[in-house]
Design a protein around this ligand. Structure first.
Ligand code: SF4
Ligand code: MG
Length: 281
């Protein structure tokens, strides 16, 4: 029987790609949110960027838009500002977000628009056949740096925390149950809910087995009880080879005014209407 969230198109990622798992986790989380009465199919909107991840939108029968490269965050922010009653999920890649889109990412953490951002972080530009991104491991040989990447990678978790993000999480794509729960937590959070997902690209950047084995879920989904502790957890991901345990789960969660709270006129749907077309009248 066709799933109500399924477009009926057959996914065609490479064999063994983590994107298959992530598609199933996103669908499962959305389905559970609908069944729990927290949202409905018509209210779910997806924004994808440019990269292998972008095909998620081909396979999910919900509203949304393909954004330009690096522009998932401003597009999702605009959709939410245009109609705050929607549940917006941005899906982007690591090159997409931390290279072309880095400034948008920092300012979203600062301004707190109410949407979820899932970054499929395989530490490589996969769609364009294996160039380095800002999260590529130092010394790794890639298509754009065949003698090895000379740069230290950025730590997106630390950037999000230092920029003021109200929800910061790290997920492991192959931990299906845990990642599904994290997505549900993010979708129900009021504000910018950011999940950096460790995933592999078996073609251009297969998983490092040692790091995989060190990943360990945090005890609950409440986040650390201080920003300092959250930063300590995030720091473990700066040098994964040197850490004994790598935390996955919600590192930080707090209540903060969202972008719409800061501009109350945005949320007054009765006065200004819900459709973008009404802005044009
Ligand atoms: Fe997945 Fe890598 Fe193939 Fe893209 S190139 S579909 S990320 S395995
Ligand atoms: Mg990538």
């Amino acid at each position: 029987m066709k799933d109500e969230l399924d477009t009926g198109k057959k996914p065609n990622w490479c064999s063994g790609c983590s994107d298959y798992m992530l598609l199933s986790e996103i669908k499962s989380a959305v389905r559970k949110e609908i069944e729990s009465g927290n949202t409905d199919k018509e209210s779910v909107n997806i924004v994808t960027g440019v990269g292998c991840h972008g095909k998620v939108f081909d396979y999910m029968d919900v509203g949304g838009v393909y954004a330009l490269h690096g522009r998932v965050v401003p597009t999702a922010t605009g959709i939410k500002a245009g109609n705050p009653s929607l549940d917006v999920i941005g899906i982007a890649g690591d090159g997409d977000t931390y290279a072309e889109g880095m400034s948008h990412f920092v300012h979203a953490a600062r301004m707190n628009p109410d949407f979820t951002l899932l970054v499929f972080n395989n530490e490589v530009f996969a769609l364009t056949t294996g160039q380095s991104t800002p999260t590529t491991e130092k010394s790794k040989q890639t298509g754009s740096q065949p003698t090895g990447n000379p740069h230290d990678p950025v730590n997106p978790l630390k950037i999000a925390l230092s920029s003021g993000a109200s929800f910061v999480a790290r997920a492991d794509a192959k931990n299906v149950k845990h990642t599904t729960r994290l997505i549900r937590e993010a979708v129900s959070h009021d504000g910018f809910a950011f999940i950096d997902v460790a995933q592999q690209c078996p073609v251009y950047n297969p998983f490092d087995r040692e790091i995989e084995e060190k990943m360990s879920p945090l005890d609950d989904f409440t986040g650390a009880d201080s920003l300092e502790k959250a930063e300590e957890l995030a720091e473990k991901w700066s040098n994964p080879e040197e850490s004994n345990s790598l935390p996955i789960g919600v590192l930080w969660k707090e209540e903060k005014n969202t972008l719409c709270d800061k501009y109350p006129e945005l949320s007054n749907l009765e006065e200004r209407g819900t459709g973008w077309y009404q802005f044009r009248e």
